[in-house]
Design a protein around this ligand. Structure first.
Ligand code: FE
Length: 200
């Protein structure tokens, strides 16, 4: 059979390609449109870094919670009702004055969806995935973070089995803030390790 059909007739825009793919899957009855809508809705509005920020703020304010997070992060995170898909085996890694933690997935884009939502584009890029391991301090510098050389940088490689959540350091001058106000300071980058939490 002659191989003469055009392989280049896909729309160039990724959004259009996704739409075309979705239409094809729906046409063939391979996906349920309601299920698809629910997944999109969930990860667009309900699951995101605001979840992880609540975990971090509680770890900062409740020593007993921090202890549970250290012992079994999956269970401690589930206390908030966060869990399931891509959040089954969580490990919390704590930043300290001596240690800064950085999370990557060198193989693909494993990421703790239940606490951070969907991964940002740069997290999935091959540039980040390779440089984070070869040159972690250089990677942090790319994000505007300079870690003094006496502070160790630990790189954690996420896998399908283990997802890491960085517990950033609580910034100075936040003693008066309650858990909700603290959570509002916690950024997605600070929980991946490419950022730090700044005082308001
Ligand atoms: Fe991966």
């Amino acid at each position: 059979m002659p191989h003469d059909h055009d392989h280049h007739d896909m729309p160039p825009d990724p959004a259009l390609r996704v739409k075309a793919l979705e239409t094809a899957l729906l046409d063939k009855g391979l996906v349920d449109p309601d299920a698809l809508d629910l997944i999109v809705e969930t990860y667009a509005h309900k699951v995101g870094p605001q979840n992880g920020a609540q975990v971090v703020a509680r770890a900062w304010t409740d020593p007993a919670y921090l202890e549970r997070l250290r012992t079994d992060a999956t269970a401690a995170i589930a206390e908030f009702g966060f869990g399931g898909r891509q959040g089954e085996h969580m490990v919390a890694v704590e930043n300290t004055p001596e240690v800064h933690n950085l999370v990557v997935c060198t193989l693909c884009s494993c990421y703790p969806w239940s606490v951070l939502g969907l991964p940002p584009v740069w997290y999935k890029s091959s540039a980040y995935r390779s440089k984070a391991v070869i040159d972690p301090r250089g990677t942090l510098a790319d994000f505007g973070l300079s870690v003094p050389k006496e502070r160790e940088v630990r790189v954690w490689d996420s896998t399908a089995e283990i997802r890491y959540l960085v517990i950033p350091q609580r910034p100075e001058g936040t003693d008066d803030l309650d858990e909700t106000a603290l959570a509002a300071l916690v950024t997605r980058e600070s929980m991946i390790g490419t950022g730090e939490v700044k005082a308001p």
